[in-house]
Structure formats: structure tokens, C-alpha cells
Write a protein that binds this ligand. Sequence first.
Ligand SMILES: NC(=O)c1ccc[n+]([C@@H]2O[C@H](COP(=O)([O-])OP(=O)(O)OC[C@H]3O[C@@H](n4cnc5c(N)ncnc54)[C@H](O)[C@@H]3O)[C@@H](O)[C@H]2O)c1
Length: 375
Amino acid sequence: MKPLRIALIGTGFMGKCHALAWRNLRAVFGAGIPDIHLEVLAESNSELAAQKAAEFGFARSTDDWRAAVNDPVVDLVSITTPNGMHREMAVAALNAGKHVWCEKPMALTLADAGVMAAAAKEAGRVTALGYNYLQNPAILTARRLIDEGAIGRIIDVRGAVDEDYLADGGKPWSWRMTLAEAGLGTLGDITCHLVSLLHYLVGPITEVAALTAVAHENRPLADGGGATGVVENDDIAHALVRFASGVGGVLQSSRVAHGRKNLIRIEIHGSLGMIVFDQERLNELQLYTADGPAETRGFRTILTGPQHAPYGLFCPAPGHQLGFNDLKVIEAANIVAAIEGRPSHLIDFASGYRIEAVIHAIACSAQEQRWLAVA
Ligand SMILES: NC(=O)c1ccc[n+]([C@@H]2O[C@H](COP(=O)([O-])OP(=O)(O)OC[C@H]3O[C@@H](n4cnc5c(N)ncnc54)[C@H](O)[C@@H]3O)[C@@H](O)[C@H]2O)c1
């Protein structure tokens, strides 16, 4: 088996996550995985690049992401920079013949996401977006239960994604609040994760009617000088949605929801029962089935364990629990499977574009105050 040689761009929250995933992949998934060579790491300055390459175990470092992307030995580029850089970096990597693992959201605008999807199609390389929550064995189990008819016909869908990282109005202004570097706000940052899960569990969203809000219109600049920056994108976004099946649903999302750390709550209401999942309790599914004696009916907790693949590859004991970084290892395993032509469970640039179309339709619907079809 040929080794897989990796370039990593960016070493913040997600950069470390990708590095850990590549480092742990073979240890977790075994000899079916090729040798992973951490070849070159790119950062915005050479000191940070060298420091992070040493910490993460990369052989070389550079302050020039183009050199990493065009490096002839590199097979795959992990892109973990802010949203505004994804399009240029991903298209350059694809044009250089590399596979690409890019963080979500794809880009600042739907048009840019379209450029990325077209470049992926043209290049014929494997592409994957960082929709890690989709890799959770609990989510795979939810899908299997739905397919097996455990809750009957889906009749209603509720989804919420809430965090409080900007709940404090005194939190400094940053790139995440600008149209130029982040694009959409809560929609691009976290609503897209909810849409990725609902597309997998229920099917594509085809129509939306939305409202968005900014909770804190100005925030202090980080230099402490007293000046403020304008928040240009949504803090809160809610939508009524319709799926291709005709079923309706409600999506709620906020990055200013005090007390919510990583709530991604999904309720799939069926004609015979209900499935509930919450990412803050990512090793659990709640299942209610309307059968058996009425006096003992109730939601039961399914705790994931080795019988929920690939949990057992991480840990032989049920209930000991997977974590966020483990989902990224599973995502990397699926990327390798796709490269080797085996079945894989990923959001590539084509299916990622359909997620972007939903979040941009929500933003437009809120602006135009009417129902919109998803482009
Ligand atoms: N999948 C998830 O659950 C998840 C979670 C958080 C963030 N994200 C996404 O990951 C991306 C990065 O977010 P983050 O939280 O890691 O941000 P971050 O600010 O922690 O890290 C960004 C990194 O990119 C580097 N960088 C900036 N310009 C660069 C350049 N020209 N060349 C090389 N490196 C450069 C920065 O120095 C920094 O190390 C965003 O698109 C975000 O939406 C995804």
C-alpha cells in the first residue's frame, strides 16, 4: 500500500484536530490504512509553522501555503484556515491534483461554493468537508432505526444548534463577524452542521422561510482601545423548512445562547415513535416507540458501544464514550476509503454545495421576508 502524504494548512482549533486525526488514524483503524506521512505544514508565519510542525510531527514547515499545495510529494491537503481562504486554497489544491479535506463552511458565498464544487468535479479527486458530527455511530444508528421503520413514517422534524461563544456582548470583535472573512454568521458556523445531519437523516431541504437577528450590533476591538467593530452577520437564525419528501420542520440556531456549549438537538417525529439526539450527549440516542403496555412506555436511552461501529475500534467497552476528536479520526478513515475506492460516508464538495444552498437560502429568505426554494 502506498503511503498517503499530507499537507496541513492552519494550526488553530481545527488544524490541531486534523493533525491528531491523521496521527491516530492507523493506530485506531489498523493495517488496512496506509502509512500516513505528515509531510508539510503551512502557517501564516515561519516561526509558528516550525513550532507547530515540531509539535504535530510534520517533517517540514512553510509560511507559503501555495508551496505546500504544489509540493509534488503531497497527496492530500487539509485546509483549516478561516472561511474566506477556503475557495482559493481548495481550488489551487485540486488544480495541483491533490485530494482535499476542507473545513466547513465551504466559502463566503454560494457562488464561491459552486466554483469549488465545479473544480472538484473537473479534478476528479476525493473531496471532503469537515462535517464531523455525521461520523458519530449514534447518528448512523439513528439512520438505521429510521430505515428499519422503528419510528414509522417521518411526520415532523425539529432541529436546534446553539452555542454561547458570543453570548457575552463584551467578547471582542473578530473575523467571524465580517462578511469578508466569515461570510454568514451562525448560519455558516453552526447551522450548516445541523443541515448536514438532517440531509442524512431525513433528506434534502427544498424550501425555507426564515428570520435572522444580530444580538450585539457592535463589539469592542481586541486592542482594548475602546473602539468597536460592526457585527456584519447573523447571531441568530431560525427557519421553517420543507424537505423533498414534503415533511415540514423547524430549525433554530444561535451563537449567543447563554449556557449552550454545543447543543445540536434533533427530534425526528415518526408515526410510530420518535428519535432524539443531542451532541452535548454524543454517545446517546433517545428512542420512543409507541408499543407495549401504555403504563411502562417512555423514552429509552441507547448508549453507544462496540456494537455501534466503529466505536469498538477506539474502545472495547460500552459506555466509556467517544469524543469530538474521535469523530475526526472516523472522518479521516472515510477519506482514505474514498481514495481507495471503497464505500465511504462523507460530505464531498457536491453534497456540501447543497448544504450551502440551504444556509444561503435561509439568509436570503430572512432578508426578503418570504418563503424561498433552495437553489
Ligand atoms: N468541523 C467543526 O466542527 C469546526 C469547528 C471549528 C471550526 N471549524 C472551521 O474550521 C475553520 C478554521 O476555524 P478555527 O476555529 O480552527 O480557526 P482558528 O483561528 O483557530 O485557526 C485558523 C488558523 O489558520 C491560520 N492561517 C490564517 N491565515 C493563514 C495563511 N495564509 N496560511 C496558513 N495558515 C493561515 C491561522 O494562523 C490559524 O492557525 C473555519 O472554517 C471554521 O468554520 C470547523
